[in-house]
Ligand binder design. Structure first.
Ligand SMILES: Cc1cc2nc3c(=O)[nH]c(=O)nc-3n(C[C@H](O)[C@H](O)[C@H](O)COP(=O)(O)OP(=O)(O)OC[C@H]3O[C@@H](n4cnc5c(N)ncnc54)[C@H](O)[C@@H]3O)c2cc1C
Length: 356
């Protein structure tokens, strides 16, 4: 990709000669809501550990919230060696302004050379808000990360309607910032013996100056959450219509999982886009992925190939999906899926087999 010679917006010009070499280390801004950490945060720490080791630099995490000290300790177990913890009642719920003020304060003080966020709704909002206050860029929705010999972050993401992958560099300013798609990287195994340091940060804001208030949360009913699902039963064109997806939903319910779909099924209007897995859908990393009536096109496979166990159900023995499956069932899904559902229900009733 061509070199970016972008100048920071007027008003964001760094004053005088900035010593960019003072910026060192990789920082992951962790995402939590009410004490539950988004999986992408641990995945980012896993990949960032590799980047930090390559740079011979520290791996840092930033935890913001209230009563979140335990998360700071967990971050060490997942690979961080230094955790900045900003814990205050006014930070209990995510709000753009207070959270971005904390991030800016920590970034300006600590000077990490790379800062990473999950490409979730919250991560995108926060990263975007921070980028407007710093004389640097932000590469959104990355699917690959690396660093080169000049300590430059190689942030790669699909471009031009996902037809190619562009690698974007921020050569002139620091920190180099990116949001990263959930599900593409793997978290390190949690190791409670890992040693690290927790540094407390005083919130750099007066609670009275925060102009927004969270009155409450309304959990979305039947929200599709493929990113965090341990089991996904996905269907494609072979499912034949909405009724076919009902069969998949029954198996997903028996397994305590969610229903996924190929783009073909979504484009045909059989199921909504939030169920789509793949390059232009969600990237998933479940424990079990059952692909029924899906051929295994590369754009689908990139979104699910990191599942721990893949079961394919396709009547075509030459379907590419069978090549990446751990268990390939050559057969008609209208026979196989109901039989699997019955078997799972029977096993769970008789033997109290827990959901995965
Ligand atoms: C830029 C771009 C981005 C894309 N992004 C995505 C993406 O994010 N996700 C995605 O999925 N695709 C994506 N695609 C589309 C992708 O290329 C494929 O067209 C799509 O994945 C095919 O979906 P499918 O496997 O359901 O359908 P098909 O390829 O038509 O396969 C249907 C399969 O069902 C089997 N089958 C039929 N009847 C039965 C039965 N009764 N029992 C068992 N098996 C049966 C057939 O043997 C066949 O293998 C993208 C394409 C482009 C160009």
């Amino acid at each position: 990709m061509a070199e970016t010679k972008r100048k920071p917006a007027v008003g964001l010009q760094p004053e005088g000669d900035v010593d960019w070499s003072a910026y060192r280390g990789v920082m992951v801004v962790l995402e939590q809501r009410r004490g539950k950490v988004a999986k992408v945060s641990w995945q980012l720490l896993g990949e960032s550990r590799r980047l930090a080791d390559k740079l011979d630099a520290p791996l840092m995490a930033l935890v913001i919230g209230h009563d979140v000290e335990d998360i700071a300790r967990q971050a060490i177990g997942y690979g961080a060696e230094r955790v900045y913890l900003c814990d205050a009642p006014e930070l209990a719920d995510y709000r753009t302004r207070p959270y971005s003020r904390v991030c800016l304060h920590v970034i300006r003080t600590v000077k990490p050379e790379i800062v990473l966020f999950g490409a979730t709704y919250t991560g995108r909002d926060l990263a975007g808000a921070i980028a407007t206050h710093l004389p640097t860029g932000l590469t959104a929705d990355c699917t690959q990360l690396d660093v080169d010999d000049n300590r430059l972050l190689l942030a790669s993401r699909p471009a031009f309607s996902e037809k190619m992958v562009a690698t974007i560099l921020c050569k002139q300013f620091k920190p180099q910032m990116a949001t990263v798609r959930p599900g593409v990287f793997q978290a390190l195994p949690f190791d409670e013996r890992r040693m690290g340091e927790i540094i407390r940060v005083t919130p750099p804001l007066d609670p009275g100056s925060i102009r927004t208030e969270v009155l409450g949360f309304v959990e979305a009913v039947n929200r599709v959450n493929l990113e965090d699902a341990d089991v996904i039963v996905a269907g494609g064109r072979g499912v034949g219509g909405k009724a076919g997806f009902e069969l998949l939903a029954q198996l997903a319910a028996a397994l305590g999982g969610q229903v996924g779909a190929s783009r073909a099924a979504v484009d045909l209007g059989w199921i909504s886009h939030d169920h789509q897995v793949g390059q232009t859908g969600t990237t998933v990393r479940p424990k079990v992925y059952i692909a029924a009536g899906i051929s295994g096109a590369v754009q689908h496979v990139v979104g699910m190939q990191n599942a721990e166990l893949i079961v394919s159900v396709n009547k075509d023995p030459d379907a590419p999906i069978h090549q990446i499956a751990h268990y390939a069932i050559v057969g008609d899904l209208f026979e196989v899926i109901p039989a699997l559902t019955e078997a799972v229900r029977a096993a769970r009733t008789k033997e109290h087999v827990p959901v995965v």
